[in-house]
Design a binder for this molecule. Sequence first.
Ligand SMILES: [Zn+2]
Length: 90
Amino acid sequence: MTRETIEAKAARYLAEGRLVVTLVLGDEVTAVCTGETGAYDLGHTPGRGWWCTCPVRTDRCCHLAALWLVTIRRPMRPAAPSAVPASRAA
Ligand SMILES: [Zn+2]
């Protein structure tokens, strides 16, 4: 049996509904991922970077890879005037 890559495992976790994103607020992200050996908290914190509570202890675990497939970080900034829906702009 060939070893499953991190990317393949991450995609499978998404397909199996193992990843639950609990917060996305600007540059801050938190989620819970249920892996083969348990459920782990993970996310991104401004100034700390990406983190995961699983034993891998690097940013190359399948839990973070799954989270990266479904999140885009966007630093907080004041709402621009263009944020007004076009239908109400006039
Ligand atoms: Zn992990």
